[in-house]
Design a protein. Structure first.
Length: 757
């Protein structure tokens, strides 16, 4: 074997000299050199498969020992090649001993390009050797074969020793603001990457990452740690943030231009750790003052920078929630001092704060979920618990009432009515605030009553706006929430058709009503409860009522009509005053005024009114009181809190008004308002009880069996969209359902409920 290497090596060495001397090698000469190596490797393997050699007495050697070169004689040929390359490459590199910096590097790059060409030829000649021998840890059949691998090692050793610090110094100079040849550094990086190009990704780790990137990142951390501390000592925090942005952009651009793409992630992480993570207390400290000063651009910078590190935004979200809560409460404090019962001012104060910070969250914090949640929590807090609710005795109904009243002002006819586009915007603002109301069922109660008054009185500014509002409430709370509202609206539309058909019927039958009559037929279950008046209608009105009842019964057999005189109204013409007036009045007011047509000396005492109208005193007194306020009727005797039956009331001949049409319906006795408020409270409590019981039954019907705490938790969660449930009342509802045999306690666990089918 030894003889064969000695025989072929001189010719192989001569061929290598030709390659490094850049002398042309003909194909025949190339094949001769290749055949030397091939025959040597084949003969070596044939000799190894001889049983006497393959299984020596020790019994410890295997074919792998031969393949890895420990016994394979090709290892001597490889050693000859290795010694030749080390000598030749070292001699070639000595030419660069007098070169420095960029000139030195250019020299290495040129040599590397030459070597790469040489090694392609050499790899071809020694291909068989490459397949049977490999450097420990290096697989075969790749570009980095034995020859190339070894030369790379030589080049890297020289490059690390003479060149790396110079590259790091150049990068530092660029960071200091000096102009450098960036293409030079890019060439360095490409050289390192090129040395590591391999099908095995570990090669890149070994060459580029270990030899260049690791040192580069260490230098980067040291440089920016010093810069961050020095910059903060001489500049403001906002300038520091701008500096960070500038540096992050520079490093990203630097990576894009002359570093490998894999470096961007660790490079960014180093910068974020140095500039942000280690200074996070500064960001948290200055966040509040920037909120106070409304420095939205700087707040956006904080968000973008702190969002780059883990948990960097959490404290900022809490700070934003506290700030918005404080701002909202301060705004409502001012309103409470001046006009605590003004729904317009209340909504204005809420919207100013909410819209300000909604815009901030959208623009500066990019609608990030955590900041939106902070806005929602803060808004819910200051809207439901504030100075105005304290004035109202911490009543949970005050906020829903004010917002419902605001809706009423918005949707009611007035001289200040707005256009469709602005109306849509205002309704959307209402919904934005409505979202945060804890007791939405209370709002529903107030809104329903006010809607009924607008619909019955024909006071809606726009049917389209009314429909839009109902639609928005439906989107927010579901069809169940708005079902009654929609039916009320439908009843109003149907009533127009009923009125028209009744008029046609009267014309066909030659019935002269003697007045302009319109009817509203309202479904009992859809409309809010309304006060009932017991009274005998004047003949002129009662005849028309009878005509309609007869007509309606022919159209709807079996239906019962209940007349709501408290909500009926009409218009009277008068000639008993200095000017001719038209009075818009409730039916009861009309009935009282029409009594004076037949009254001697146009005066009646309370007793006479009660007898002629067949009306109880407690219902009549508020009606007379409303007329006294308007000045239509003058008291013949002094009116006290308790009016005597003998009190005389005369028509006031001196009544005057600037308006030809006088609206008497605006007057309402405080006692009526108090009674209605008490009824509303009772209705809400009863409705909540029914809703709670329905929720419990629905959950248990689905789950069949549930522990007490789990049931309470699910009920509270489901009801929270409608109102804030009271835990004790939920327990009371559970007990009531057990008494009525909807639920029972489990026999094996007292704190577990079971549904009874």
């Amino acid at each position: 074997m030894q003889y064969e290497v000695e025989t072929i090596w001189p010719d192989l060495e001569s061929g290598l000299d030709d390659i490094f001397g850049e002398r042309r090698i003909e194909q025949k000469r190339y094949m001769t050199l290749y055949t030397h190596v091939y025959n040597h490797c084949i003969n070596s393997i044939k000799s190894l498969v001889n049983p006497a050699i393959l299984a020596p007495k020790s019994g410890r050697n295997s074919i792998n020992d031969y393949r890895n070169g420990s016994l394979f004689s090709g290892s001597e040929l490889y050693q000859r090649l290795k010694n030749y390359l080390e000598r030749t490459v070292t001699e070639a590199l000595q030419e660069g001993n007098e070169k420095h910096d960029e000139e030195l590097f250019r020299f290495y790059v040129d040599k590397w390009k030459q070597f790469c060409f040489y090694f392609k030829v050499i790899d071809g000649i020694f291909d068989c050797l490459n397949k049977h021998l490999c450097e420990p840890g290096v697989e075969v059949n790749r570009d980095s074969k034995r020859v190339l691998f070894y030369v790379k090692t030589l080049l890297l050793r020289e490059l690390d020793a003479r060149f790396m610090q110079g590259v790091m110094d150049l990068i530092r100079q660029e960071r200091d603001g000096q102009t450098i040849d960036r293409s030079f550094i890019r060439a360095v990086v490409e050289f390192y990457v090129d040395l590591g190009i391999d099908e095995n990704s570990r090669s890149l780790e070994r060459f580029y990452r270990q030899k260049f990137e690791k040192r580069f990142l260490g230098e980067t951390e040291n440089y920016y740690t010093t810069e961050a501390d020095d910059f903060l000592q001489q500049n403001s925090f906002t300038e520091y943030m701008k500096k960070i942005e500038k540096r992050l952009n520079e490093e990203a651009e630097r990576c894009n231009f002359y570093l490998h793409a894999t470096t961007l992630q660790p490079l960014s992480q180093i910068c974020e750790t140095v500039f942000i993570q280690r200074k996070i207390e500064l960001f948290q400290r200055d966040f509040g003052p920037l909120l106070e000063q409304e420095r939205d651009d700087d707040l956006a910078r904080i968000y973008q920078l702190c969002g780059r590190i883990e948990q960097g935004l959490e404290e900022l979200k809490l700070a934003l929630e506290r700030h918005i809560t404080r701002q909202g409460q301060n705004a409502i404090d001012e309103i409470a001092k001046k006009s605590p019962n003004d729904p317009r001012e209340f909504m204005r104060g809420i919207l100013e704060v909410h819209m300000r910070y909604k815009g901030l969250v959208s623009k500066s914090f990019r609608d990030e979920a955590g900041f939106k949640e902070a806005l929602d929590k803060a808004s819910s807090h200051f809207i439901n618990k504030n100075a105005i609710t304290k004035i109202a005795g911490n009543s949970s109904s005050k906020v829903p009432e004010l917002i419902a009243r605001y809706c009423d002002l918005l949707l009611r006819k007035s001289k200040d009515n707005i256009g469709e586009a602005e109306m849509e915007e205002q309704l959307q603002n209402v919904i934005a605030v409505f979202k945060y109301i804890e007791d939405k069922d209370v709002f529903q109660q107030f809104y329903t009553k006010m809607l009924s008054k607008r619909l019955i009185g024909g006071l809606s500014a726009s049917d389209t706006a009314e429909s839009q509002m109902i639609s928005k409430l439906k989107q927010m709370c579901g069809i169940e929430y708005t079902n009654k509202l929609q039916r009320m609206f439908t009843d109003t539309e149907l009533s127009k058709n009923i009125t028209e058909n009744f008029r046609k019927n009267c014309q066909e039958k030659d019935i002269a009503l003697g007045l302009d009559f319109a009817i509203m037929v309202l479904g009992y279950s859809s409309w809010p409860s309304m006060p009932q008046l017991q009274m005998q209608m004047p003949l002129k009105l009662s005849e028309t009522i009878e005509h309609f009842k007869n007509y309606y019964n022919t159209q709807h057999n079996g239906r019962k009509l209940s007349w709501i005189y408290s909500q009926s109204r009409g218009e009277l013409s008068s000639t008993g005053f200095q000017k001719k007036y038209g009075f818009q009045a409730w039916t009861a007011q009309m009935a009282v005024l029409m009594l004076y047509n037949e009254a001697p000396k146009q005066a009646l005492n309370l007793k006479e009114m009660m007898l002629q109208l067949n009306m109880p005193k407690d219902q009549l007194v508020p009606v007379v009181g409303s007329l006294l306020k308007c000045g239509d009727v003058a008291a013949g005797t002094e009116v006290e809190n308790e009016i005597a039956d003998t009190a005389v009331f005369a028509l006031n001949p001196n009544f005057q008004s600037k308006k030809i049409k006088v609206d008497l319906t605006r007057t309402q006795m405080r006692s009526e308002v108090k009674k209605e408020a008490e009824k509303d409270k009772q209705y809400i409590e009863e409705d909540r009880r029914l809703v709670t019981e329905a929720c419990i039954v629905r959950i248990m019907k689905t789950r069949k069996r549930l522990a007490h705490n789990e049931l309470i938790s699910e009920v509270l969660q489901q009801l929270s969209t409608r109102f804030t449930p009271n835990v004790m009342k939920v327990r009371t509802s559970i007990e009531g359902l057990m008494e009525r045999l909807f639920l029972k306690r489990a026999e094996d666990a007292m704190n577990v409920y079971e549904y009874i089918a």
